[in-house]
Write a protein that binds this ligand. Sequence first.
Ligand code: ADP
Length: 750
Amino acid sequence: MKKRNTIDILIIDESAADARLLQIMLKDGSFVGNITSSPNIQSVLNNQLEQSHQIILVDIGLFPESKLQQLLLLTQKTDAYTIAISSSNDKKLNIDALKAGADDFMVKGRFSSEELLDKIEFTLIKYQHKKQLHWAQRMSLLAPWSYNSSQKQVDLSQALFFLNKAQASYLALEIESAISDALTGKICQKEIQYVLAGNDDVLKEKKYYLVTIENFKDKAIPAVVKGTIQDISERKKANERLEETHQKYMDIFANSSDGIYLSTILGLPKECNKSGLEIFDIKDKDIPNSNLHHFFDKKNGHSVLIDIGHKKTIKNREIEIIRKDGTIRNCLLSVVYFSNESDMYTGILRDITERKIAEKIKQTRILEMESNQLKEQFIAAISHEMRTPMNAIIGLSNLLLDTTLNDEQRGYLKSIHHSSEQLLGILNDILDISSLKNGQIVFENKNFDIHDLLQNIVHNLSYKTPDKDVVIELYIDPDLPKILKGDKLRINQILYNLAGNAVKFTDKGSVKINCNLLGQSGDTVLVKFSIADTGIGIPKEKHDAIFESFTRIKHKERIFEGTGLGLAISKNLIEQQGGKIWVTSKIGVGSTFFFDLVLEIGDNIQVQNKEEANSNIVIVNPKRIMIVEDNKMNQLVARKLLAKRWPELDIIVANNGQEALDLVDEDFDVILMDLYMPVMDGYAATKALRQHENPNIQTLPILAMTADAQIQEGDKYLQYDLDGFIVKPFDPGLLYEKILTHLNRTHEKR
Ligand code: ADP
């Protein structure tokens, strides 16, 4: 007797005697191994299937129908090799047993113990193969099926380890229809989807099966069609997830505002998204014939290419893309390589052209602002430099006019005087427009009498028109409150400019100044001013241009004085106060300039009280004045003007701030202080005087006497502890008025 391998055998037999008999036969054949027995398949299915039997000997008796059903369940669930032991030699029964999954069969009483053991040994070899096959099938969720063409039935029993009954019957139908398709040669593979029933839509799981049908194309359906079925759900789902991710990245690729391209490290593109095509200015169809690296600029782009050649990481490097038409896009380039082996890379281009332009504009604006500031400083400096000598010219010519002169001399002198006043006007205009353009003008909001203001203008203008046949008429809306709040000086300046032009450009007829109340809301009024003349008129195409700086209309037959700044200043002044200016005009008939302003209604009582208060003052005249001034001419002008008004006046002249400090005592009525002087300037001298040990000197009225016209802006002089200011060149009347005001204010205090 040969030595046999140790194996585990399970005997299933309802007859304990038969089971015992089998055991004895095995032992007789010197079987070495473990033998277990069980009375029926059901209890094995319930309990013992866990055990790792290699071989099951199962008695199927004489009534196989129910047994065959159970056998099928058993063979589906076990990897063990199953040998059916039948009680009959009935061939059909034995075939049925094989169909139910038995691997072999033996007829009871027809085999010796030797034959049994041989069978077991052969079976064991087959078992190894079967086990491997089963294992492979289980791993790959793959099973064979067969189709009986005469019974028209798909046998999916082998696939029941991964299919439940419902799935199996559904798939059987699908396979049947696939077989008829296969007949026409359409398919030999079919993918079938099956949705597992769930309570909730969300819980429903999708299953995918791949059915393969043996190839019988163009032939009749064979009696048995064979094929395989595989559960490919996991693979499908993984694919779907992959597809989803791919789609997501494709969406990002397609819709990214950055240009994204795939290229070899030599610049040959494989793909490029829409933004990329726009940056390079190429069409999708040009991609195969393009070299993207040819678009890189020579400078930065070149060094980038060297890095790409060496597969160096590139992050946000600035390069220029130079397109075929020569236009340039400024971009930030980032580069990602596929792998060390691949010569492909992904380039990401961020177009920063607009940003660059914006930066450039900003830079230009900053430069412009800086240059405006420089211009500003230059104008201030120049005007200061010009005002100082002008002060001497105007002042001295004023004084000279009061001396004995012959007619010829007086005529020349008047011309000098007139010209220098004109020059001063131009200087003021230039300074004004540059301050306005830089938004440096601060508007006052104080009570003023609009009637006084308008009447004054009419009064002053009528002096300008003695040799003209022009009447000046004034109309003020009776409903307009008399006292308004606003910047009286600026409104005066605007009206004086407009009315002055009207008189200048009119030889005959009238200049009508109207002031109308357009509306009132709470304590504000909308006032509309108009200045209508019957002068030469303005051509329509110039109606906008005249409001720009230095625009003047040329007249062949006549030359009018002017700089072309008046209207630009007026427009700026009006607009900065929230108003509007416009003109209507007809050549040869006349022009009307309109402007409107929103003003607050003023405080009537306050103005009147002040006037009354002023009327009670007894005017005190100055006795002792100090002039602090380094310019000899201006010293002379100031001295002469003061002496002319107050012949008894004691005038002390200091050449600079230091001298002023040396000469000062508490008996001065007023100190006139130039601001820019050598040794010690006016600011320092004022500061020193305010800190003087003698309290009476600390409070002396100090008036700045300066060519710096900007002293008027805001209340700048107050910051320097000055009591007031006079701008050079000054009107003598104004000088006297200012001295008197400060002198008397101090007297009131004392
Ligand atoms: P200016 O009077 O100093 O030349 P303006 O800015 O005040 O500068 O005016 C610009 C130009 O507009 C004038 O030179 C003149 O040609 C035209 N203009 C202004 N006002 C009138 C007017 N009332 N009638 C005719 N032309 C005018």
